[in-house]
Design a protein around this ligand. Sequence first.
Ligand SMILES: [Fe+2]
Length: 274
Amino acid sequence: MAELVGVYASSHGPMIVRSWPTIAPKWKDTLTAAFAELGRRIKAARPDVLVVISPDHWVNFSMDNLPSICVGVGEEHDGPPEPWFKEFPHRKIAGHPQLAGHIVEQALVHDFEPSVSYKLALDHGFCIPLWKAGIDPLPPIVPVVFNDLEPPFPAVRRCYAWGTMVADAIASFPGKLRVAVLGTGGLSHSIGEPTMGAIDEAFDRECIRRFEAGDPPALFEFLNRRLPAAGNGAAEVRNWVAAHGAARGKGFDLIKYDPIPDVYVGCGFASWKV
Ligand SMILES: [Fe+2]
């Protein structure tokens, strides 16, 4: 049987890469240290496969076709298509069709109806944390795309349930695999709207406190109330909620949080005990 060996979360703001040369040295040091610690923890868990939950930033999907949840079930995926992210060394990223297929099968048994893709382009949401954390060589990736971009969003409690379902699917996978889960996105940020660049530090710190408290119903109530007013990028906290679900809502351990104006994002990094 496969084993869940780690659960992690990371911000992925595109300016972390696109604007790197102009970021203040203090914040570069902060981000470098946080990603390094995230990478150290992931590598220490020695995963054979990473299940990475991220939004799609209009790369694979559009308003013509916007699935709530899509699982990448193919043999391989494409590297980031963003023209400013050419440095990412992996233009092809191996998938793990067996585990991905098993997760989809278990999802259907447990009242989810995810869409699937046999070839996803993995944009900065997937690739910034993997690259900056120094996860090289990359293990095969099972990409899971959540719609955090445009309503209707998946309900917060369903994101948590997705995470627990994934943990159960890993436990029932008939193969000897070490599997880690990484949720990427958030915390608060505001992109392409009148509050562009605003970071809601109070929201972010309360999110962290609630992840630490490990009380899922209280977390859902808080997010349902506060998410809509924390900037459109805060919708990506759903991916942290899925990670929280994979860790059964307990054992949250913050690596670092800082509201970093140079990248327009409340940047958070965390792991859970599993
Ligand atoms: Fe994003």
